[in-house]
Each structure stands twice: as C-alpha cells, then as structure tokens.
Design a protein around this ligand. Structure first.
Ligand SMILES: NC(=O)c1ccc[n+]([C@@H]2O[C@H](COP(=O)([O-])OP(=O)(O)OC[C@H]3O[C@@H](n4cnc5c(N)ncnc54)[C@H](OP(=O)(O)O)[C@@H]3O)[C@@H](O)[C@H]2O)c1
Length: 384
C-alpha cells in the first residue's frame, strides 16, 4: 500500500528560477484511480512555457503530463481494464497526483491505455499528448469527423481538398499527418526543414515545403491551386486551403506567414496551437505568450471581417464536451492505432542526468537552445 510513503516530484518555484525536487505523498488509489510506478516521461514545449514564462503556474506546482509506467495498485471501483503489473501510458495533469514529472502517479484508470507489446516504454512516452491533441484539433476546431471504429471504405467529405500542416516535423505535426492520412485525407501540404521532408512524406505528407523559404506562401498556394485546377477537390471550395493546422503557434514564425502571406483566405479555418508565442524562450530571452487569438490577429493586421476563422486549440479541455473521447481515446483508440502500426511513435532523444531534477533541467535547456528538431525529449522518472 502507498499509505505514508513519499516520492520525488519536480516543482516550479518561479519563472526562470531553478526547478526544485520535492517530496510529495504517494497517494493510494481511491474510486476508479490506479497507482502507477512511473518509468518514463517526456518534456514538451509546454514545460518550457511554464518554466521560463510561468504560464499558468504558481510556486509548488508539479510539472509534466505524460506518464509511462507499471500499474502498482488498482482502486476499488476501477473498471478492471488494467491490472497490477500492466505497462500503461497516458496523459494526465488535472490534479497534483496526476502530474507526469514524479516517481508515482495516481490518476483515473480511463486516462491510461495498455502499451502494445510492439512498443517500448520510451516510445510510448512520445505519443499520448499530441495524438490526443490531433484528435481534439480535428474534432473540436476543424470540424473534421473522427469516426471510431473507422467504417470500412470510409471517405471523408474533404478527402481531396488541400490541408496544410504548418510545422509538420513537430510532435503535433507528425501525429497530424498520420491521423489525417489514415482517415483518408489525400492532399496534405506540409512545412518543415528540408532534412525532414522524406520522413514526413512517409508519414502522410503529399508535398513538403521549407518554412524558411522566403517564397513559402507562393509555393504553398501554387500547390493548392494546382490541386484545384486538376478538379481533384471534392466540394469545389473557393478558398485555396480550407483547413490549416498551425502546429507551432508562433506569431512571427507560423501564424504570421499563414495570415500575412495570405495562405489563409476567406473560408479557411486555421487551428493554432495555444499559447501563441510572441517571443521565444532562449538562454538570454524571457518568453512572451498570448492566449488571445483575436488580439494576435489584430497585431497581424487581420480584421474579424476577413472571413478567416482562427481557432485557438486548447486540448486541456478535450474531455469537457466529448464523452466519447473520454471513454475511448486513451483506453482504446491510442493503443489500437499503435498496435496496428497506423501511428508510429515519434523518434526520441533520451535525456540523461544524474537524477530527475537534472534530467528535467537538461531537457528544458535543450529546448531553450533550439536543439529539438523532429524528436521528443524522453527521460527516466526513477530518481537516481
Ligand atoms: N494548445 C494545445 O492544445 C497544444 C497541444 C499540444 C501542443 N501545443 C503547443 O504546440 C507547440 C508545438 O508543440 P510540439 O510538442 O509539437 O513541439 P516540438 O515537437 O518540440 O516542435 C519542434 C519542431 O518545431 C518546428 N518548428 C519550429 N519553428 C517552426 C516554424 N516557425 N515553422 C515550422 N516549424 C517550426 C521544428 O521544425 P524543423 O525541425 O522542421 O525545423 C521542430 O522540429 C508548442 O508551443 C506546444 O506548447 C499546444
């Protein structure tokens, strides 16, 4: 039993202050909860937004939302889907005991899935957060259906319309390509560094473009125009690119080119990952963010009357209005997509350090220095 035990967790003290390793109670599972001996977690840009920008953080808050580990105890009213000894993965953050950057996690059973045998624990740590983000973005923000199980011979309404995934080498982008392609979207335009283009085509991109190219907007629009002229698009939509996922959410690096370059036009829906980054964190620079999409659009010179719909993606609320995702996404859909090879885990870099605190600090530093390209930062959650 976990009663009277404590374990190590990594906590926020203040923006750009060194993190702290603290001792917190190891909580025995109540109701439908399970207790997990964590083995691996991931560090994501959100951790950097929090550590350096203090985004939605107060002193003492624990970091992390990805947990991969082994079930150690099962609460009395859990559904019984998971057993002691099962290897599980999931995304949970709503309570301190659910958070990912600690040695033990106690959280509801439904938030976790069994890791398929063909997937290592390190690989599993790359998946949950942004696979869930992609389902949320499609269903909540773009209005693209995500039927499950997918009907045989399913062809979505917009199968042949161009969809732009800006920042496709990001974790969100890689899962977006795979899920969109699996649901039958056949015209996915992607932006990424050229070194990733071949890999991203393998994940589902139809055409790739270098986002640093000064002529990026014209090139993307020309590709969309070729599709329209070929008559391939299904609904004769007037707009060049009806659906755009901005996987980066940078005012000047992604949303700016999409809006100012007129890649988004009347009728386009743009789903942008929040927060919008106004100034990137770096070793020298304090970051700045905005959660107010309308304000950012105003600063880019776009009037509300432009006919472009920009949705700020907030996956934290994914389960609030979607009981189906709550019931199926972590427990059934994620494990099945991995087991069947429909979704490939992201490539990862194992972050080293003598203990959890050092691993987390090292991961944050790698992100600050801009050293993360196409990989997920994964680290061990045993405090030694
Ligand atoms: N609100 C939400 O629900 C939600 C959910 C998930 C993530 N997010 C946010 O979404 C953002 C991405 O998260 P992530 O985990 O996917 O990030 P990530 O994997 O760490 O992103 C790294 C990648 O970003 C790409 N990149 C950087 N600047 C770019 C630009 N200007 N244009 C195109 N690509 C660019 C780089 O591509 P190259 O290697 O090709 O250069 C790099 O591979 C973060 O800010 C995160 O907090 C929000």
């Amino acid at each position: 039993m976990a009663a009277n035990r404590t374990h190590t967790a990594i906590a926020f003290v203040g923006a750009r202050k060194p993190l702290e390793a603290i001792q917190v109670p190891t909580v025995s599972p109540k109701g439908d909860e399970i207790l997990i001996r964590s083995q691996f977690t991931a560090s994501t840009p959100l951790d950097l937004h929090r550590a350096d920008g203090g985004l939605l953080m107060k002193s003492g808050d624990i970091f992390g939302s990805t947990t991969v580990g082994v079930v150690e105890e099962v609460g009395p009213s859990a559904a019984g889907r998971l057993q002691v000894g099962d290897r599980v993965f999931g995304w949970a953050f709503q309570e301190p005991r659910y958070k990912g950057h600690q040695e033990y996690v106690t959280a509801p059973e439904w938030m976790f899935g069994k890791i398929p045998e063909n997937i290592s624990s390190e690989e599993a740590a790359t998946v949950s957060e942004n696979l869930i983000t992609v389902f949320n973005t499609m269903a909540t923000d773009l209005g693209l259906p995500t039927p499950w199980p997918k009907p045989e011979n399913y062809v979505p309404d917009h199968a042949n319309d161009p969809i732009l995934v800006w920042g496709a080498a990001s974790s969100v982008g890689q899962f977006a390509l795979q899920v969109l392609r699996w649901y039958g979207y056949g015209q996915i335009l992607a932006t990424a560094s050229p070194s990733h283009h071949e890999y991203l085509r393998g994940l589902g991109a139809s055409e790739c473009f270098d986002y640093r190219d000064a002529g990026i907007a014209q090139k993307v629009l020309a590709a969309a125009s070729r599709l329209h002229q070929s008559g391939a698009n299904s609904d004769g939509a007037a707009e060049a690119i009806p659906f755009i996922i901005d996987c980066i959410g940078s005012r000047d690096g992604s949303l700016g080119p999409i809006i100012r370059g007129k890649i988004a036009q009347t009728g386009s829906v743009v789903a942008v990952m929040l927060p919008v980054i106004l100034t990137h964190a770096s070793p020298e620079q304090v970051p700045e963010y905005s959660m107010d999409v309308a304000e950012v659009l105003g600063s880019l010179g776009t009037a509300a009357s432009s006919g472009i719909t920009v949705k700020g993606v907030r996956t934290f609320f994914v389960y609030n209005n979607n009981p189906f995702f709550k019931e199926k996404l972590p427990s059934e859909i994620m494990p099945a997509l991995l087991a069947q090879g429909i979704v490939t885990p992201q490539r990862y870099r194992l972050v080293e350090g003598k203990n959890m605190l050092e691993r987390e600090e090292n991961a944050l530093q790698q992100m600050r220095e801009g050293g993360v390209s196409g990989v997920k930062l994964v680290w061990r959650t045993l405090n030694q």
